[in-house]
Design a protein around this ligand. Structure first.
Ligand SMILES: [Zn+2]
Length: 217
């Protein structure tokens, strides 16, 4: 193969990059799917690197881990600038770039991913599409917009068993980012999701059933 030292496209070369976003709520198997794709790329003898933000201290600092205990080596980086530095050192050799928990990076990740795909890289991005209040999460919506393919996974609603698109926060933590898994968050479907269950400002917070349209006489 053409061994350009820059890894950049040159006139006449037909390296075409690709952006794939794997998204959905917690417990939907995003990391597992990312790991599966990275493993396949490795089996195909492609050079793979994977990054994740510093915030995820859930399991290992040097691996991504799915809730089902699959792991894959990943470099922990503090922010997008550090990710860029770490990546550009090895960029010519790298063909596939995985980014896990991408919702915790700032918007500058969108520009970086745009650069990388222009160089012919395949970028696999996993991250939550919405926060525990049900709002779009960080750069994920923009990454979905510029991607070639979005895989939106669902989990299983803990309350009713329907496909779940939401991440429900349990307990009353005020932390914007509580890192953890079972016990703090659970998957909920749209009907069972209670985004304001633990709003810190007041004690209330279970909204009257949002979908209860019954009229009291
Ligand atoms: Zn439900």
């Amino acid at each position: 193969m053409n061994s350009s030292v820059t890894g950049r496209n040159e006139v006449g070369r037909s390296e075409v990059g690709r952006i794939e976003v794997i998204t959905g709520p917690m417990f939907s198997g995003k990391s597992e799917e990312l790991i599966r794709r990275l493993k396949r790329a490795r089996i195909a003898r492609q050079r793979v690197v994977c990054f994740k933000p510093d915030i995820d201290l859930r399991y290992h600092r040097t691996a991504i881990a799915s809730h089902s205990a699959q792991t894959h080596e990943a470099m922990t980086v503090a922010n997008v600038a550090r990710l860029r530095e770490a990546l550009y050192e090895q960029l010519p050799e790298v063909e596939v770039i995985g980014i896990d928990e991408a919702q915790f990076f700032d918007e500058s990740i969108v520009h970086l991913v745009g650069e990388l795909v222009h160089m012919g890289k395949r970028i696999l991005i996993a991250g939550l599409d919405t926060t525990f209040t049900g709002d779009p999460f960080g750069p994920i919506p923009a990454l979905m917009a510029i991607s070639d393919e979005v895989t939106k996974l669902s989990a299983v609603c803990i309350v009713c068993g329907a496909p779940a698109i939401h991440t429900q926060r349990l307990g009353a933590s005020r932390e914007l980012v509580v890192v953890g898994a079972a016990g703090v968050y659970e998957a909920r479907c749209r009907a069972c999701f209670r985004p304001y269950l633990n709003a810190p400002e007041n004690e209330q917070m279970e909204l009257p059933d949002a979908l209860d349209l019954s009229v009291t006489p």
